[in-house]
Design a protein around this ligand. Structure first.
Ligand code: RM4
Ligand code: MN
Ligand code: MN
Length: 396
């Protein structure tokens, strides 16, 4: 690789950061049950400690996404404790995720629930989540709704849209000037007939209606099969409405598999659209790169390291696309040349330059190997296994 290319990679590596989720370290499962792991984190202190360990080894995940119900059981009163845990672990609190889907009350929805007292409860929780974020100086409040219906005719779709419009706007009014509301969409699950925010167009509509600090969040697992996600990304960029990502990979549905494990070219194409936009516009969009994965079979910390390392590699590859040549090839309709420019970048082995970058930062050359040698896994397995053993749960 010539020095121009390696300099390009080194420059982007200095800026590429990815946020990891606290829930990625906990025991999670499928709807059929959980397989308990002896080393899994069962407290927020443990989740943040694991996240801190991943950051120490990779150097690119300084913030952790938190889920209010799971990490702030006493709401705002839990803030000081969580802040203490994160400081001790060498990470910062990142996006705050209200939980509007787990409580029994939300059986028929949250912002779209026909019962006004339940809509108000959901709004209060959102308001409190924004308050928590203010205390933590977290910029992004990330909203995902399970709201929808599973049978035709059972929900008033237009009425629910109006409730969502009102409550999202009211939530936006609670933000401080530096905060953002990220609105996530998903076409299916847990509702199987209609979802109130089913796609990026609906999320875009709600974000615009809510106010200027609301943006769209793209979870890569939340699309129909073969949907062109990078086109959605390109459109949101051109509308200045792309707020962030929940990265994960999938084969069938919202599988939450390791990023790049099924289709690394997909993630590359998304990063390419972003970097191409930056080159063309001279603007640097404010995009939160976040992971939303849950690993019920692989070791959680190992899997998170795999994820972070893969995201970094794919970003570095995308930075190698020759934008000037691409733009020229597109203008001349030189299809073979244009496509080859993407393929050449994707096929370049960027790992030697990443090693160089890690050396320059005093980071381990192989984060996964360093993890296995650190003794951390043995230590937490010993500390946590007894508690995890009593934690067995099943689907029914
Ligand atoms: C949803 C969505 C949300 C995540 C929940 C747990 O499918 O991806 O972002 O918080 O799962
Ligand atoms: Mn998500
Ligand atoms: Mn999801």
């Amino acid at each position: 690789m010539d020095s121009l290319k390696s300099d390009t990679i080194l420059a982007v590596l200095n800026h590429f950061r990815v946020e990891i989720p606290s829930w990625g370290f906990a025991n999670t499962g499928t709807r059929f049950g959980k397989f308990i792991q002896p080393a899994a984190a069962t407290t927020s202190e443990e989740k943040l400690s694991d996240a801190g360990h991943v950051h120490a080894l990779t150097g690119i995940c300084p913030t952790v996404a938190l889920h209010v119900l799971w990490d702030f059981p006493n709401g705002v009163k839990s803030v000081a404790q969580i802040q203490g845990f994160s400081e001790r672990s060498g990470v910062q609190c990142g996006s705050i995720n209200p939980n509007l889907f787990q409580d029994q009350e939300y059986k028929y929805g949250s912002f779209g629930n026909p019962d006004p007292s339940l809509r108000s409860r959901a709004f209060q929780h959102t308001k409190e989540s924004i308050e928590i974020a203010k205390h933590l100086r977290s910029r992004d409040i990330s909203l995902w709704f399970a709201d929808g219906s599973s049978y035709p005719g059972t929900a008033n779709i237009r009425q629910r849209k109006a409730w969502f419009e009102d409550l999202l706007k009211a939530a936006h009014d609670e933000l401080s000037s530096n905060q953002r509301l990220l609105i996530e969409y998903k076409p299916f699950e847990p509702a199987f007939y209609h979802t109130d925010i089913a796609d990026w167009g609906m999320a875009l509509h709600f974000a615009r209606h809510a106010g200027s600090s609301a943006k769209v969040l793209v979870d890569t697992g939340h699309h129909y099969h073969s949907q062109n996600i990078e086109q959605i990304v390109a459109w949101l960029l051109s509308e200045n409405m792309l707020g962030g990502f929940h990265f994960n990979d999938r084969r069938y549905a919202d599988d939450d598999l390791t990023i790049g494990s099924i289709d690394p070219y997909q993630v590359f194409r998304i990063f390419h659209e972003i970097l191409f936009y930056e080159w063309e516009s001279g603007k640097k969009p404010d995009i939160a790169y976040m992971i939303d994965q849950s690993h019920n079979l692989k070791g959680k910390i190992e899997e998170t390291i795999q994820t972070v390392v893969m995201a970094q590699q794919l970003f570095a590859k995308a930075a190698l696309v020759d934008h000037a040549a691409l733009s020229q090839a597109q203008g001349k309709c030189d299809l073979i040349r244009a496509e080859s420019l993407l393929q050449d970048a994707f096929n370049t082995d960027v790992r030697p330059v990443i090693l160089q970058w890690r050396d320059s930062k005093g980071l381990p050359r192989d984060p996964l190997q360093a993890f296995f040698e650190s003794g951390y896994l043995e230590r937490v397995t010993k500390d946590r296994s007894a508690r995890n053993l009593n934690n067995v749960s099943s689907y029914a």
